[in-house]
Design a protein around this ligand. Structure first.
Ligand code: SF4
Ligand code: SF4
Length: 282
């Protein structure tokens, strides 16, 4: 089994796995029946022993609760990271939003995530059938969310008194060569930031993809568009993102749109929404 076959399998599952289309039962309103949530994925491969996994345990980066691939799966050789960009229908609806998220975005956040869990389970089963051991950290019973302190400096993607977890999809995607962080703390891939990540650890040795960047913010041009888009004033060019303000806004959206929640205004209507933005002239 090689990388090409795995990517082919992921794309085939994406074509056939149910859940990427909003059903009549799920739809917030009739015009959303049939909404396609995700487009074609990007796939990145990282070595399970990449030194960055251990580095993320550092209190200055993520924290000691971060579990490395071999702690999740002792036989781990490779981590496969998947980015599913939202479709134009989901992104364009949220682009028009100025305060509250579009219904399409709420579907992407909730039904979209449910779909990714189904897809990754199907992928896991396929590896199992091929005698390859696997672990999907976010569905593993050891996965946990922890309350983090003010100890995230270098990679400050989670900040003071906010929540973190013992596996981070965006950090994994960074290691797998899929992209770098933006001011709004999303990961900017070649298909932009608006979408969702998921990953699987496998016991099969596969060549790691190169990281076509050197700095964690290489793709962000600091244009400040996400600062203007944020309805909670949670982002600033000087301070970056305040996760407490963002979290409070998301809770408010959760109360308003129960059982769904979301926002994502900083990921839509910005130059890094669907592509790596152009560097600004200095
Ligand atoms: S909108 Fe501009 S400043 Fe914000 S993350 Fe994207 S590129 Fe960076
Ligand atoms: S998700 Fe919403 S509240 Fe949070 S930083 Fe982005 S725009 Fe602001």
């Amino acid at each position: 089994m090689d990388k090409e076959r795995i990517i082919h399998r992921i794309c085939a599952l994406h074509e056939t796995c149910p859940g990427n289309i909003v059903t009549e039962k799920e739809a917030i309103s009739p015009e959303l029946i049939g909404l396609n949530i995700f487009g074609e994925p990007l796939v990145g491969f990282a070595s399970a022993t990449d030194e960055l996994f251990e580095a993320f345990k550092n209190s200055d980066i993520v924290g000691p609760w971060f579990l490395s691939p071999t702690e999740w799966l002792p036989e781990a050789k490779t981590v496969i990271s998947l980015f599913f960009p939202y479709t134009e229908a989901v992104k364009s609806a949220n682009r028009k939003a100025t305060t509250h998220p579009a219904a399409e975005w709420l579907h992407g956040r909730i039904e979209g995530q449910a779909y990714l869990l189904k897809l990754i389970e199907s992928l896991k089963k396929w590896f199992d059938d091929n005698d390859i051991k696997t672990c999907v950290p976010i569905t593993d019973q050891r996965f946990e969310v922890v309350v983090a302190g003010n100890n995230f400096k270098q990679y400050s993607c989670v900040t003071a008194d906010t929540f973190s977890s013992n596996w981070s999809e965006r950090h994994v995607a960074y290691i797998a060569g899929l992209g770098t962080f933006g001011l709004s703390k999303g990961l900017i891939t070649e298909k932009g930031m608006a979408g969702r990540f998921i990953s699987i650890i496998v016991s099969k040795e596969l060549a790691a993809d190169p990281r076509p960047y050197t700095g964690i913010y290489d793709h962000c041009n600091r244009c400040g568009a996400c600062v203007k888009r944020c309805p909670a004033q949670a982002i600033s060019l000087a301070e970056g993102k305040d996760h407490n303000l963002c979290g409070a806004w998301l809770s408010k959206m959760g109360n308003l749109f129960k059982p769904r929640y979301g926002c994502g205004l900083c990921q839509t209507g910005v130059p890094c929404e669907s592509a790596i933005p152009r560097k600004r002239r200095t």
